[in-house]
Design a protein around this ligand. Structure first.
Ligand code: ASP
Length: 444
């Protein structure tokens, strides 16, 4: 059994959190590979090391003193090291880095030091080997991860050092220069290690006990999701539920490695298990809905033209016009004499009247209508496909609560039903759906 455990910034914020990580790792000998983010916030007012490093770089760039910020970074690391009684020569690391703090320093290199130093301290603290991501996570020049080369290099490192700590978030370009991923990228690094080593589980340790069924800012005390498929998670994330870096799914999904979201502060909680296929006997839940997520502020354009459903030219042309304006189309629904295009308002706001006049001029529709202030809410559940009455229940609940549905769309493979409501009904709709589906009995 081999587990890859990735710890996020909040799990590494200070010496106390390092102690928790050690306890967690030592509690299970199969936790052999640890991937770390940079130290995060110790409390709400604190700063993430990664943010401070970006800020240091910005100060250097603008020729403003970076001394105060950089000292804050040093103090954080010295504090952790000294409190834990570690020996790592941070003085030498910081002296070298200070010597490089000039306009030529690459922002990626500087920022990657957050993860690098956190991993150095953690490897000494756990007594595990240190594997530098610069030597085994590879990018091509276009910024894409070279997965095959990376997997092979990580597997080779693990042969020499079966228990190791690797910094997340960065890797190297073909010329050896450091390149960082997008924010939150350590999730991807962990997933890559899990794939490379054929791990049995990829544990992603954070500060919540898994993914919640709905946004806690909207629903009071939403329940955590115990089991969710990759596909359901994708729908939920797309609709606004943020948990993991999107790109972290691919490497584990490819090898069918379950991904377990866990809480460093409550290791006794099972967290959320994300898997390709879920054994429903295992999940022991009969709830139709796995989670509810939504996003506000969409614009819906409705174009009317007799027999539009057989004249695909007008649909194609409309989409081409939107593509030329770099507007993402979220949904399209097609009727006999009309079709709807749903777009994020923020993207179309400045161009909507130009787009409408272009459509009128070039496509001569019978009529065009625009509605904005629309919120989309997705109820996601893998069981809905096979259970008759799922949508009746959903629409019934909304109707009974007097919520006006402005549009309906079914997500891919029937695992989600998306309703469009007025922005002002956003929260009420989520709460209504949550209550309606939570009332279902869950067998213990
Ligand atoms: N430290 C980086 C960030 O703050 C990467 C990560 O935490 O995954 O985005």
């Amino acid at each position: 059994m081999l587990k890859v455990a990735k710890f996020g910034g909040s799990s590494l914020a200070g010496a106390e959190q390092f102690r928790r990580v050690k306890e967690i790792v030592e509690a299970d000998p199969s936790r052999m590979c640890v991937v770390v983010s940079a130290a995060g916030k110790r409390n709400k007012k604190d700063s993430k090391i990664t943010d401070l490093l970006y800020l240091t770089h910005a100060h250097i760039n603008y020729g403003v003193s970076h001394e105060d910020i950089f000292s804050m970074i040093e103090e954080r690391y010295y504090g952790i090291r000294d409190e834990l009684g570690l020996k790592y020569d941070l003085e030498a690391e910081f002296a070298r880095l200070r010597g490089e703090l000039n306009r030529d320093i690459s922002v990626d290199y500087l920022v990657s030091r957050g993860e690098y130093l956190t991993a150095r301290l953690m490897s000494e603290y756990l007594g595990f080997g240190f594997v530098d991501a610069a030597e085994c996570v590879f990018f091509s020049y276009d910024g894409q991860i070279d997965y095959d080369k990376t997997y092979a290099a990580i597997a080779e490192k693990a042969v020499k050092s079966p228990r190791f700590v690797m910094p997340g978030f960065y890797g190297a370009l073909p010329n050896g220069r450091i390149r960082v991923m997008t924010r939150g990228g350590s999730d991807i690094s962990g997933a890559i290690v899990a794939n490379a080593l054929d791990a049995d589980i990829y544990e992603n340790w954070t500060d919540v006990s898994g993914i919640l069924m709905a946004d806690p800012k909207v629903v009071e005390n939403p329940r955590p999701i115990k089991y969710v498929t990759y596909q359901e998670l994708r729908e939920l994330s797309y609709m606004g539920a943020s948990v993991l870096h999107e790109e972290s799914i691919l490497p584990v999904k490819e090898k069918n490695i379950p991904l377990n979201i866990r809480n460093t502060n409550r290791p006794q909680d099972p967290g959320t298990m994300i898997m390709e296929n879920i054994d429903e006997n295992l999940s022991r839940s009969r709830r139709l809905i796995t989670g509810i997520a939504g996003r506000r502020s969409f614009t819906v354009l409705t174009i009317y033209k007799k027999h539009i459903s057989t004249d695909t030219r007008i649909i194609r042309k409309t989409l081409e016009m939107l593509e030329a304006c770099k507007v993402e189309v979220e949904h399209i629904t097609l009727g006999v004499d009309s079709f709807n295009v749903v777009m994020p308002t923020a993207q179309i706001r400045d161009r909507i009247y130009d787009v409408i006049s272009d459509i009128k001029r070039e496509l001569k529709p019978d009529r065009i209508k625009m509605d904005d202030n629309i919120a989309l809410i997705a109820s996601v559940g893998r069981r809905m496909v096979s259970v008759p009455g799922s949508s009746a229940k959903l629409f019934g609940a909304l109707g009974a609560n007097n919520i006006n549905i402005r549009m309906i769309a079914q997500g891919s493979e029937e695992i989600s039903i998306i309703v469009g409501v007025n922005n002002c009904d956003f929260e009420r709709t989520i709460r209504t759906l949550y209550d309606a589906f939570m009332n279902e009995e869950e067998s213990k």
